[in-house]
Write a protein that binds this ligand. Structure first.
Ligand code: S5P
Length: 261
């Protein structure tokens, strides 16, 4: 089972999407399973945060639609810092519409996500055509995460809905690299999906708006997930670089203890 395998080993397993292999190798090389969620509202803050935490992360997650002045400068700046500091960019657009519409949302409009994101995500409640539609509009360096579980209180993504996410992912291992979920969903032999888990903060249990928090040890060590996604826990801190390092060290140690290295 993948919970006891190293990131390095998993990078070369069969049926692993190319972006997943690349990311697994990057995680092993940089020794970081931390993704920082850059939920800030200006290009300046976004690029500053990327510079500050870049050495400690494997991935930066964006919500491009909350950046007031999002444009070519944002895209070029982000690409440059990502190349320099070696991390991937994940646009958390959470596609959830008919195939034809998501293709346009992915490729057109003011965000032109296909031009700069390495990783995107989608809900499968509209049905599996959302996966084929996004895959047709993508190029080789883009991979999809399916939202299989959420961190917010009372969400409806449980039981057979979550199971169906795994079924659809198994049909498309070339394009679907894994899940947003609260625990590993690699249950069948041969499953090598990457699980990324938001709702992580040290010293908080919630935000008063439904968000629920766990610790890095809980999600990586106990729930067997692969990457922690931390937003306010990092960008809300005075010293963002130091805080990112703190999360990196704790999540990495939880991983090492899990795989027994
Ligand atoms: O289930 C989810 C899925 C996502 S992608 N719960 C989440 O919180 N997220 C996102 O992760 C959310 O949109 C936000 O960008 C981030 C969590 O931010 P934090 O400040 O609560 O750590």
């Amino acid at each position: 089972p993948t919970v006891t395998q190293s990131y390095q080993e998993r990078a070369s397993l069969p049926k692993t999407s190319p972006v997943a292999s690349y990311l697994l190798r990057l995680i092993a090389a940089k020794q970081t399973n931390l993704c920082v969620s850059a939920d800030v509202s200006t290009t300046k803050e976004l690029l500053q945060l990327a510079e500050e935490v870049g050495d400690s992360i494997c991935m930066l997650k964006t919500h491009a639609d909350i950046i007031n002045d999002f444009g070519p400068r944002t895209i070029e700046g982000l690409k440059e810092i990502a190349a320099k500091k070696h991390f991937l960019v994940f646009e958390d657009r959470k596609f959830g519409d008919i195939g034809s519409t998501v293709q346009k949302q992915f490729t057109a409009g003011p965000l032109q996500i296909v031009r700069w994101a390495n990783i995107i995500n989608a809900h499968i409640f509209p049905g599996p055509a959302i996966i084929t539609a996004l895959s047709q509009a993508a190029h080789d360096a883009v991979s999809l995460l399916i939202l299989a579980e959420m961190s917010s209180a009372g969400n409806l993504m449980t039981g057979s809905y979550t199971e169906q996410c795994v079924v659809e992912a198994r049909k498309n291992p070339e394009f679907v690299m894994g899940f947003i979920a609260q625990r590993t969903l690699n249950e069948k032999p041969g499953d090598n999906f990457i699980t990324m888990t938001p709702g992580v903060q040290i010293g908080a249990t919630g935000d008063g708006l439904g968000q629920q928090y766990n610790t890095p040890e809980k999600v990586i060590g106990e729930a067997g997930t692969d990457i922690i996604i931390v937003g306010r826990g990092v960008y809300g801190a005075q010293d963002k670089r130091a805080k990112a390092e703190e999360y990196r060290v704790r999540a990495w140690k939880a991983y090492e203890e899990r795989v027994g290295s």
